[in-house]
Design a protein around this ligand. Structure first.
Ligand code: SF4
Length: 329
């Protein structure tokens, strides 16, 4: 496989050459690496069947790989035979689960390994704290997304979900209520700011989380895309359709009138997208394997010579320790 970066600047594009601009940071975040490694360790150490509730991370390539290695992906715990075969383990995905799901697993005596990202767990803790002090909690997130479902389940009587400023306008909450907001970790920062501003206008005393809920990895990948997108004729975002943070990267480009496409890998590239494009931006969502970037760049080389350069806006050093049951001593 050819080296990704052909030269330091890549500024000049010789006749017929296309330029590929890689956004950095991109691909796996610390929470996704931890979740995948958790399933790998459970598969290594467990004699019984290994169930994973929901996709461990929202990436079809990752899921297919773990499936091939023995993981059984299920939507709900009732898909696990009752009684469960000896040695059965169920892994909760990086997106987190509601207390109701934990209680159902406890009730059945299932052995659970929880791969919920610590940054999602932080939002759950905030939801519990806000609800306990009597707030109405407005969660900004995507309806039906696993992370939102899990957070909504922390304090279901006190929490409402909004997606847009229109949802804010139609919220059925008295003006004098004590209201706080939280957000899903993978939203587009610019869109979310608009929704928070609308909430502040309706509820001037709005309570907020002590630090941003949109996580460092989501924020960095969006900043990186913003740093290249105006120079790109087209942006390829590596990630799966159900990946919220990857969809956010596509949205940033599209709101700046740069055509952007979500692809799982090189096979999804439509050559028509590249027609007339001189500069092709490439990035990958937090749930997409970093190795897929090299495969996409190699596929682009099939369309002619490339000059590849990278624009980095941050260095990521975050690492999360593994769940206690799969830690090596
Ligand atoms: S995108 Fe953020 S919240 Fe989600 S798994 Fe990665 S680090 Fe955790």
């Amino acid at each position: 496989m050819a080296s990704l970066i052909a030269g330091p600047g890549g500024e000049a594009v010789a006749g017929g050459e296309k330029k590929v601009l890689l956004a950095s940071p991109r691909a796996f975040c610390a929470g996704v690496e931890r979740a995948i490694q958790t399933v790998e360790r459970v598969l290594e150490c467990t004699a019984g069947p290994v169930y994973v509730r929901k996709q461990i991370v929202h990436n079809t390539v990752v899921v297919a790989d773990l499936q091939a290695r023995g993981a059984i992906f299920i939507d709900e715990l009732d898909e696990i035979p009752d009684p469960a075969p000896p040695g059965t383990v169920v892994v909760f995905s990086a997106h987190g689960v509601s207390p109701k799901v934990r209680a159902a697993a406890d009730q059945r005596g299932l052995q659970v390994v929880d791969a919920t990202c610590p940054l999602v767990a932080k939002v759950h803790a905030e939801a519990a704290r806000f609800a306990a002090r009597g707030d109405t909690v407005v969660l900004i997130g995507h309806r039906g997304h696993e992370e939102s479902e899990g957070t909504l389940g922390v304090a279901p009587q006190s929490t409402v979900l909004v997606q847009t400023t229109t949802d804010v306008a139609t919220l059925n909450i008295p003006a004098d209520a004590q209201v706080s907001y939280l957000t899903q970790t993978t939203l587009a920062v610019d869109e979310t700011t608009t929704v928070i501003d609308a909430l502040r206008r309706r509820f001037p005393q709005l309570g907020e989380p002590p630090s941003d809920d949109i996580c460092y990895a989501t924020t960095n990948r969006q900043r990186a895309v913003r740093s290249i997108v105006d120079e790109c004729d087209v942006l390829l975002v590596i990630g799966s359709q159900n990946s919220s943070n990857s969809q956010s990267l596509v949205g940033i480009a599209q709101r700046r009138d740069t055509p952007a496409y979500l692809i799982d890998g090189p096979d999804d590239i439509n050559p028509d997208w590249l027609t007339g494009a001189t500069t092709i931006g490439v990035t990958a969502g937090a749930s997409a394997p970093p190795g897929m970037v090299a495969l996409v760049v190699d596929a682009l080389r099939a369309h002619g010579p490339l000059i590849v350069s990278e624009r980095s806006v941050a260095t990521e050093t975050a690492r999360f320790i593994l769940p206690q049951q799969v830690r090596t001593p």
